[in-house]
Design a binder for this molecule. Sequence first.
Ligand code: CO
Length: 146
Amino acid sequence: MINRSNTFLGLVLFSGSCMAACEFNIEVGDTLQFDTKEIVAEKSCESVTITINHTGKLPAAAMGHNWVLSKKEDFQQLAIDSSAAGLDNNYVPPDDARVLANTRLVGGGESDSISFETASLTEDSYTFFCSFPGHWAVMKGTFKLN
Ligand code: CO
């Protein structure tokens, strides 16, 4: 029993140290809020993995959240266009070059992960947001490589 606990703790600590560099877990719930406003990945990350965990109870159709990455200058119009893309498209316009990365839309109890290459991310900072209609005005933050 003690050995098993120690092993589990070791795994948690190990994954924790990886997260600091290239992997990030983001929690969302039944409110319009990400649990972080800024994600800073290490410049040495060839790719970054974002996992979104919805710890709430409401279904995706009512209180869905996703994680969408875009250039700052594209953010607002992309967010507006995303609403029109509809629930079936996770509120993300298909084949839209402004979408640099996105998870699918998750509801309560669901999670999703996305991994994306960093080689083409040359700007100082980017915007991440939830593209569910009406959420993007407050559910947004800054992503950067540092
Ligand atoms: Co949302």
